[in-house]
Design a protein around this ligand. Structure first.
Ligand SMILES: [Zn+2]
Length: 372
């Protein structure tokens, strides 16, 4: 949960400076109000010292009823010990009020939102989606009226709603062999190595609105268990969609292949933070300025650069595409050895897509093989 503090969104201010000079600020911030106070103790503490004032002066909504006695009993002594004069305090308050007033100048005044009305807040601010709330959402209403709706990674059209967005997406909801999964308890066996036949290839980069994708010209393939699959595209997720024994990595790369009969095979490479990765840099360097527009790179790319040194060891299982339409019967091969990418390279993707991973799906007794 991203900490969101109340004071930038203050809507009601009541200042009464009498014997104890009590100021109370009440928030109308949806996010702050929804975040249970006990989940953000560190965030609360980080604000208070900068204000040099008893905590109740800048309470978030969830805190008000929680520990008034405790705060009011301890805080004044602390304030006095820090030697904050009333004039300094007043300046701080004035400063905060000015900041808030500037930010809220163009916004309509909103009354304090009582706790009882929380359930009526828009479903778009909640994740995962509450289907009942989603049905009240305008997007869902349009969908129910037969209009097409784009899927997303959060909000009313997030992963929990994918299967309801259109009939073609029903497997996202009803499928029993969905991806990603938390890979654990695999059968330790000797797997046939994947034969990678990758070479420097002309490529285009596109920002799809949900990830950065590399489209390759024909000519790269893998052969596994006697079946040849042509490399079609590569894209990225943050964090990694697949987990290994519960662990997610900062990112992952999916290399999507297709057999002549149209069957999918995905090679997943876990991307961990460390040394920079030349291929990733090549992709980022060729990012188009506009979404949905392909940019042809001037130099070829060798897809084998994204593969780890130890290519013989991988996990494999049958799953699905991790995005709608969640097509099943996809052969997954998750390389056991992660590849490193630098923090700067992660940050670049993070600025575009801070979260584009589907939650893990039930394994439902599927067989997982773990190559030794
Ligand atoms: Zn993917």
């Amino acid at each position: 949960m991203m900490p969101t503090f109340a004071f930038p969104r203050l809507t009601v201010l009541a200042l009464a400076c009498a014997a104890g000079c009590a100021l109370s600020l009440t928030s109308g911030s949806v996010r702050a109000a929804e975040a249970p106070a006990e989940t953000e103790p560190a965030a609360s503490k980080s604000i208070r010292p900068t204000l040099s004032k008893p905590p109740q002066f800048f309470q978030r909504k969830g805190e008000q009823a929680k520990e008034p006695g405790k705060d009011s009993a301890k805080a004044p002594a602390k304030s006095e010990a820090q030697g904050v004069s009333m004039s300094e305090l007043a300046d701080l308050i004035d400063q905060k009020i000015s900041e808030v007033a500037a930010k809220r100048a163009a916004a309509p005044v909103v009354k304090v939102t009582p706790p009882a009305s929380r359930a009526k807040r828009p479903a778009a601010v909640k994740a995962p989606v509450d289907v009942a709330l989603a049905s009240q959402d305008p997007l869902q209403q349009r969908l129910l009226n037969g209009r097409d709706v784009d899927w997303a990674y959060s909000g009313a059209t997030g992963p929990d709603a994918w299967g309801q967005l259109k009939p073609a997406y029903r497997l996202c909801m009803l499928g029993k062999r969905q991806s990603p999964i938390d890979i654990r308890d695999g059968l330790p066996v000797h797997l046939d190595p994947i034969q990678f036949d990758y070479r420097p290839t002309r490529f285009r980069v596109i920002d799809t609105g949900r990830t950065v994708e590399v489209k390759f010209d024909l000519g790269n393939s893998i052969t596994v268990m006697g079946q040849r699959y042509e490399l079609v595209a590569m894209h990225f997720h943050r964090p990694s969609e697949e987990r290994v024994n519960g662990r997610a990595y900062p990112m992952s790369a999916h290399l999507l292949h297709k057999s002549p009969a149209g069957q999918h095979a995905v090679v997943a490479v876990l991307l961990d933070q460390g040394e920079s990765q030349p291929l990733i840099q090549q992709v980022w360097n060729n990012l188009p300025l506009e979404k949905h527009q392909e940019q042809l790179a001037q130099a070829p790319m060798d897809p084998s650069q994204i593969l780890p040194a130890q290519r013989a060891q991988y996990y494999t299982y049958m799953g699905s595409l991790t995005t709608p339409p969640c097509t099943e019967n996809v052969l997954w091969m998750v390389m056991k050895q992660p590849v490193t990418v630098s923090i700067d390279q992660i940050d670049i993707f993070h600025r575009l897509y801070p979260m584009n991973a589907r939650p893990v799906q039930p394994t439902s007794g599927r067989l997982i093989k773990e190559g030794l």
